[in-house]
Design a protein around this ligand. Structure first.
Ligand code: ATP
Ligand code: MG
Length: 400
């Protein structure tokens, strides 16, 4: 076994010493067989959550009701989940009740796709009850059991099918695809946060264009927030695209192709975090600015350093090949900026007041500072008190 698994074997051994069964399960086994880099290592066990908590010193009980305990070992986290059968998903978020069981077979049966329903013991032997290995070999996404029933149980699996095709470059098996088309209207009842999680992964996949093709071909997008009302925006995104790294990048792209839907509206309907809101606004502003003025000091000055790469990714999707922007180009503009923020200006509001002793305070001070900021950023004025005062002499403010 390779390195991440070797480390995790200690956990399986510890559970076995205490008389329980334990296996690696799900995505990590799939990715091992695919020779992909391994994300999280998940472990399934016959031990009840209480027992897992007693066996290990460092545990975080994240989802005791659903049987999940995080075990910390050598600075790594492992999700250890008790073998279980899920009840129905009447709230479309979590199964209503879960039943803990003693064998792994039923636990594998509750999983979404054959490629995700694999278990492996500590010696590397694989339990494959649904021919997941064949499907991996043939690059196929197929539900475990009857697709119609499985998608009806939890419609999120529909979006998951598309995101796995985008991550792995796999084709969705014909029957599974038919079932997606039959059940997709139920997507509207899902918690939007769950959908968003999967959509981020879909747009980040190495085979994102395959994922987007499925999104269009199945009409699944017509059941997603905003795209329900503006279905044509999906057709408008450029093709092919390259993987995007955040939900904010996705929003900025859609906003760019249809500005009628504001960033605020995207944030509201998709219940995004404030962090996503800020990032999406910054990216959208930069794209709009670029469309008008191209790459210049002001664009680089206004855009937060953390979003340079996102901006480049998006802008380059929209630009024809020879005119693509490079990180180097942006960095060298940044290096030459005289100020980083407005606070770096050699002159502030008080200084301006002293220049105009008999005037009232008012918005004109801010407006003047805005103009000075722009002049300094564009290197039209040196950032020194005297030079700025001189500039003000020639460009007097309109005092209101
Ligand atoms: P990734 O590498 O992107 O994390 P993953 O396969 O580990 O992929 P997760 O969302 O982390 O995907 O889920 C872990 C496992 O739990 C899956 O492999 C699958 O077996 C099971 N699973 C997760 N969500 C569902 C679901 N909605 N219905 C059925 N099984 C699920
Ligand atoms: Mg995972």
């Amino acid at each position: 076994l390779n390195h991440p698994f070797e480390e995790a074997t200690a956990i399986i051994e510890e559970l076995e010493i205490h008389g329980h069964q334990a296996y690696f399960v799900g995505g990590c086994v799939r990715d091992l067989l695919l020779n992909r880099s391994i994300g999280d290592i998940d472990i399934a066990t016959s031990a009840k959550p209480q027992a897992v908590q007693e066996i290990f010193q460092k545990v975080i009980p994240v989802g005791i009701d659903h049987g999940t305990v995080i075990v910390r070992h050598n600075k790594q986290s492992y999700e250890v989940t008790t073998f279980r059968i899920d009840g129905s998903y009447s709230d479309k978020r979590h199964p209503d009740d879960v039943q803990f069981i003693q064998t792994i077979d039923q636990d594998l049966k509750r999983r979404d796709f054959t490629i995700n329903a694999l278990a492996m013991d500590k010696d590397g032997s694989i339990i494959d009850l649904f021919n997941g290995r064949d499907d991996i070999k043939h690059k196929l996404i197929r539900t475990v059991g009857n697709g119609y029933e499985r998608f009806t149980e939890d419609a999120l699996r529909i979006i998951r099918a598309l995101r796995f095709s985008s991550q792995l470059g796999f084709v969705i098996e014909d029957k599974t695809l038919d079932n997606i088309k039959q059940v997709q209207h139920q997507i509207k009842d899902l918690a939007v946060e769950r959908i968003a999680n999967e959509i981020v992964k879909l747009f980040a996949g190495d085979f994102v264009n395959l994922g987007i093709d499925y999104l269009k071909q199945t009409n699944v997008y017509k059941h997603l927030p905003i795209m329900i009302e503006y279905p044509y925006i999906v057709e408008r995104i450029p093709a092919p695209i390259k993987p995007l790294h955040s939900f904010a990048e996705i929003i900025a792209l859609f906003h760019h192709v249809e500005s009628e839907v504001s960033i605020q509206e995207w944030i509201r309907q998709w219940k995004c975090s404030n962090k996503t809101r800020i990032e999406a606004l910054q990216l959208a502003d930069a794209l709009t600015y670029y469309r008008k003025y191209g790459l210049d000091n002001w664009l680089v000055y206004s855009l937060h350093h953390d979003y340079y790469n996102g901006f480049i990714r998006l802008q380059n999707l929209l630009l024809p090949c020879p005119s693509k922007i490079s990180r180097h180009e942006i960095d060298s503009i940044e290096d030459q900026l005289c100020i980083q923020t407005k606070k770096d200006l050699a002159l502030d509001g008080n200084d301006i007041h002293q220049l105009f002793p008999n005037t009232k305070k008012g918005p004109w001070v801010g407006h003047l500072l805005d103009r000075i900021e722009k002049e300094v950023v564009f290197d039209n004025v040196t950032n020194e008190k005297l030079m700025i005062k001189e500039w003000i002499n020639w460009n007097p403010p309109e005092i209101d």
